[in-house]
Design a protein around this ligand. Structure first.
Ligand code: ATP
Length: 137
């Protein structure tokens, strides 16, 4: 069963979009297998975003994601990684299609509501980073 790591970022939580995002994934037919609300520590975020280390948006990105609670989730189902990315829309909300989560609720890349794994490999890596084995159904 394919799994993806989906996270509602602090702006999504503050704006009350947790339920809307969960609803969209449920309605699409995916299965929620794990979920928790946490304010992530910097060390976790450095690992999560290690591919962006050294880029100029790295520090602002870590401050943003570490600024408040996020809702971390594992969703399961056929092609959930690629379909989940489509449901989120383009990273830059200016390029996200209306009907996608970012296309409906966001306007700037630096506050783009939610994260979704970009490949099966990153999904496995991210799920291992954010969840213990006994937290996964
Ligand atoms: P995510 O990993 O959050 O799903 P993504 O995979 O669509 O996003 P990445 O290119 O991996 O996009 O960038 C990770 C996150 O870093 C983006 O979602 C965004 O919050 C932030 N980010 C990326 N590029 C920029 C930028 N140029 N300026 C500000 N923030 C950026």
């Amino acid at each position: 069963h394919e799994r993806s790591f989906i996270m509602v970022k602090p702006d999504g939580v503050q704006r009350g979009l947790v339920g809307e995002i969960i609803k969209r994934f449920e309605q699409r037919g995916f299965k929620l297998v794990a979920m928790k609300m946490v304010t992530p520590q910097r060390a976790l975020l450095e690992q999560h975003y290690e591919e962006h280390k050294g880029k100029k948006f790295f520090d602002p990105l870590l401050s943003y994601i570490g600024s408040g609670p996020v809702v971390a989730m594992v969703w399961e189902g056929l092609n959930v990684v690629s379909v989940g990315r489509k449901m989120l829309g383009a990273t830059d909300p200016a390029k996200s299609e209306p009907g996608t989560i970012r296309g409906d609720y966001a306007i700037v890349t630096g506050r783009n509501i939610a994260h979704g794994s970009d490949s099966d490999k990153s999904a496995k890596r991210e799920i291992d980073l954010w969840f213990r084995a006994d937290e996964l159904a």
